[in-house]
Design a protein around this ligand. Structure first.
Ligand code: NAD
Ligand code: TYD
Length: 351
């Protein structure tokens, strides 16, 4: 049956992949991409689907409660995929207020709008909140994983704001019966990621022969998942997940930063025709990130066992595809790094 789905943050990195998947896979659904178009939102991420008849774009701020109500009501929205957020840890350290505003108050505004419009008629409705593994805090190098039962222990203003929004989502389920699902995913990589996050930042810096700022000793570990596999998981969970439940999404793919950086360098150098390892001289060890979580690792076996999802791409293949995409889309990189990007870059890395 056709659905009217509101996807928030659909002009961002993960959101654009989710919008693309839903628009192409479900021609009988109406997809409404709602995005404020902050520095991280870019409609050129979606040029391939922007003329599809089931796709609509709405420029709006999720914090605008009255507007959220109006949009949900007028478009008869029955499914919400909530991805809009401020998403970069380093920015949250410099400017935490906007993280509380968008991630906490924005989520609350959307929850309350859905609750008021749906008004207890919750059949065939779903509020699906997309969150991060960073809410669980940090792990030691001891082989343990974050599971759905791991206690929240956020350390950065970003993860604290996402943890708070997750709590509000569950509170709306427990208090008002709002049908919700929360998923917590590990680090994503792939095309259309803003070049402030590790992988696209380093690819862009290698292209421009700029220093590669490695925080601390480069020993922190992240669990990387190809973004299209995250979008596939969201699709499966949206359609088959249990209401009120939580699912972890991850690739069982842990990499120490410095090892990952060497893979990126090798892959980019090979594509650019540079001698192997030529760009390793760009590696620059810089002061560590404040409160830098040591290790993230997701146990996504619940999702595999209950809903049959598994990552489709091996990491080597995913990284090769990703590097190729950024090298073939330097216009996109130049476009998103115009404007205030230089000022941001100076502030982050030259102070
Ligand atoms: P992103 O920063 O690339 O995109 C965020 C999008 O939200 C942008 O298009 C931006 O314009 C929009 N937005 C920001 N504030 C808004 C507001 N007030 N109203 C409407 N739109 C607004 O982020 P991303 O990496 O695509 O992450 C998407 C979601 O997934 C976030 O909720 C994030 O916490 C979560 N997540 C991200 C990762 C990751 O590795 N990137 C991993 C797990 C979970
Ligand atoms: P990032 O992509 O910002 O994701 P997150 O902090 O959400 O995990 O960073 C990934 C890892 O790379 C993290 O351990 C911090 C590190 N890092 C650097 O060493 N240098 C950088 O310039 C950036 C952006 C990140």
């Amino acid at each position: 049956m056709g659905k009217n789905i509101l996807i928030t943050g659909g002009a961002g990195f993960i959101g654009s992949h989710v919008v693309r998947l839903f628009v192409n896979k479900y021609p009988d659904y109406k997809i409404y991409n709602l995005d404020k178009l902050t520095y991280a939102g870019n409609l050129t991420n979606l040029t391939d689907i922007e003329n599809c008849p089931n796709y609509n774009f709405i420029k709006a701020d999720i914090c605008d409660f009255d507007l959220m109500k109006k949009i949900i009501e007028e478009n008869n929205i029955n499914g919400i995929l909530h991805l809009a957020a401020e998403s970069h840890v380093d920015r949250s350290i410099k400017d935490p207020f906007v993280f509380a505003q968008t991630n906490v108050m924005g989520t609350l505004s959307l929850l309350q709008a859905a609750k008021e419009v749906w008004d207890g008629n919750f059949e065939d409705k779903l509020f699906y909140h997309i969150s991060t593994d960073e809410v669980y805090g940090t792990l030691e190098f001891d082989g343990t994983f974050f599971t759905e039962d791991t206690k929240y222990d956020p350390h950065s203003p970003y993860s604290a704001s996402k943890a708070s929004s997750d709590h509000f989502v569950r509170a709306y389920h427990d208090t008002y019966g709002l049908p919700v699902i929360v998923t917590n995913c590990s680090n994503n990589y792939g095309p259309y990621q803003f070049p402030e996050k590790l992988i696209p930042l380093f690819i862009n810096n290698i292209i421009h022969k700029r220093p590669l700022p490695v925080y601390g000793k480069g020993e922190n570990v992240r669990d990387w998942l190809y973004v299209v596999d995250h979008a596939r998981a969201i699709d499966i969970i949206f359609h088959k997940g249990r209401q009120g439940d939580t699912y972890n999404i991850g690739g069982f793919n842990e990499w120490k930063n410095i090892d990952l950086i060497k893979v990126i360098i090798k892959t980019v150098d090979a594509y650019l025709g540079n001698p192997e390892g030529a760009s390793e001289s760009l590696i620059t060890y810089v002061t560590d990130r404040a409160g830098h979580d040591l290790r993230y690792a997701i146990d996504s076996s619940k999702l595999k066992n209950e809903l049959g999802w598994e990552p489709s791409l091996q990491f080597e293949e995913g990284i090769a595809k990703t590097v190729k995409w950024y090298l073939e889309n330097q216009e996109w990189l130049d476009n998103v790094t115009s404007g205030d990007y230089e000022k941001y870059y100076e502030k982050m890395y030259r102070n």
